[in-house]
Design a protein around this ligand. Structure first.
Ligand code: ATP
Ligand code: MG
Ligand code: MG
Ligand code: MG
Length: 439
């Protein structure tokens, strides 16, 4: 992409309404524009990041054997009357009436709709296990929408639902979700810690939230620092191997890690003192086993191996796709701007032409732009007629992992300059070597 032909409305001033870094930076970098409280347009740069995150979520879910689909945003109130949640949900649900006076709602989540789909088509244990998911816009009329896309009213979420014939199978689904979520966050360059969450009346080890540590997080968290050392790295995960999935989950759920909702002072006190940590965290996902709550209420029944008719065991599992954009920035920025992890960056490398209009500099930039494009490296070429300082400031703000600076002085020596956004370190090398390095 050439910046002169792109739409990147960066702001010079720091927007006064933004209280936290990620919100400020998303506005300044021209990623989003608020259309009304908690509702945003995703401008081209922001949209690219959102799509990258969505793609990683899709890849990791499908790797775990989960099946993608797409349900609508608008739902009929009748389904929610069946589960009893139409009245229970309260003012967070946006209720709408159509021209025939039918009650509709903008879905805050999809348990009812997916249970209805399931019960219409599945009647035997032979079709199980089954996990269906989609990535779709949700609406929750939050009392206090704030922090930009972190707590929006309309937001993009992956929600998946498992259907199993037994508790044991549902726990296998739970483990698949935990491991696939760990992989998902790791690919985004994030450390998200699974923390035992409050499961309400059901009890037991059946819900975890995933939290990214950040001072601006809304939850208070308590954990054993040992958990932050855990990584999946390039371990191979076999989703068909239940025992190995369980082992990974054991590894991640053994060190103490809880939010204020489930915090247990006594258990916390038994962690060696030098490993006790308290901090704040951003909830970027949650997995939940809730048994037969919806299947009983809505008649999602299958015959089991013994020919008995039993309600299916279910769970639901969510990732805050749009919130993640903000969470990643909270975890990765400095005073100049965003620092994108490679996995989600909107473009891999930016090209800065120090002397736009100079025949030699222009030609070198064109050569570099073509070579990076051919290598699939998604370059963003700042070909505007601007001062070098302004170009550098834009690149630092939008946070691409690599900047390649091209100018007459370097070209006289046959080199361009490759700079890492994260470390700030620069190195001079030929155009060919720079392309090779990024490949
Ligand atoms: P929160 O505690 O932040 O209100 P939640 O527990 O109500 O979130 P879930 O129902 O668990 O949310 O939804 C799954 C995920 O969707 C959350 O982990 C979070 O990442 C994301 N999410 C929830 N509400 C919002 C929102 N208002 N704006 C953006 N993302 C959200
Ligand atoms: Mg909520
Ligand atoms: Mg929550
Ligand atoms: Mg939650």
């Amino acid at each position: 992409m050439r910046l002169s032909r792109y739409f990147l409305p960066v702001l010079k001033e720091t927007p006064a309404e933004a209280q936290i870094a990620s919100h400020r930076l998303m506005l300044r970098a021209g990623m989003i524009k608020q259309s009304s409280a908690g509702i945003y347009s995703w401008l081209p740069l922001g949209y690219r990041v959102l799509r990258n995150i969505e793609r990683i979520v899709h890849e990791e879910q499908q790797r775990a054997g989960h099946i993608p689909m797409l349900m609508p945003t608008l739902q009929s109130a009748d389904l929610w009357r069946e589960s009893g949640r139409y009245d229970a949900y309260g003012p967070e649900m946006l209720r709408i009436r159509d021209r025939h006076d039918r009650d509709m709602l903008y879905g805050p989540t999809n348990e009812e709709m997916i249970t209805d789909i399931f019960r219409s088509h599945v009647a035997s244990y032979r079709d199980l296990p089954m996990t269906l998911y989609h990535i779709q816009w949700k609406f929750r009329d939050e009392v206090r929408p704030r922090f930009g896309v972190m707590r929006g009213r309309e937001f993009f979420m992956k929600d998946g639902y498992n259907f199993d014939v037994s508790y044991e199978d549902a726990m296998y689904a739970y483990d698949r979700h935990m491991v696939s979520y760990l992989r998902t966050y790791e690919r985004m360059g994030l450390k998200a810690i699974p923390m035992r969450a409050d499961s309400g009346p059901i009890g037991g080890e059946d819900t975890h939230e995933f939290l990214v540590l950040a001072d601006t997080g809304e939850s208070e968290v308590f954990y054993d620092s040992a958990i932050t050392d855990l990584t999946l790295g390039d371990r191979t995960i076999d989703y068909d191997d239940r025992a190995s999935l369980r082992a990974v989950c054991e590894e991640w759920t053994t060190p103490y890690a809880r939010t204020d909702e489930t915090h247990d002072e006594e258990a916390y006190a038994s962690i060696p003192e030098e490993r006790r940590r308290t901090s704040r965290g951003i909830e970027v996902g949650q997995i939940f086993y809730f048994g037969t709550k919806y299947s009983e209420a809505m008649g999602a029944i299958v015959t089991n191996e013994d020919g008995e008719r039993v309600p299916v065991h279910m769970g639901s599992h969510g990732i805050g796709v749009s919130r993640l954009v903000g969470a990643i920035i909270e975890a990765s920025h400095d005073d100049k701007g965003i620092i994108w992890p490679e996995g989600v960056t909107p473009y891999r490398a930016g090209i800065v032409n120090l002397r736009q209009g100079d025949a030699e500099a222009d030609a070198a930039c064109e050569q570099l732009y073509a070579a990076l494009g051919d290598a699939g490296l998604d370059p963003l070429y700042d070909d505007r007629d601007e001062r070098a300082g302004a170009k550098f400031a834009t690149m630092d703000l939008i946070g691409l992992p690599w900047r390649i600076t091209v100018g007459p002085r370097g070209l006289a020596k046959g080199v361009v300059e490759l700079t890492s956004r994260r470390t700030g370190e620069s190195e001079e090398m030929s155009i060919e070597a720079a392309v090779e390095r990024l490949r």
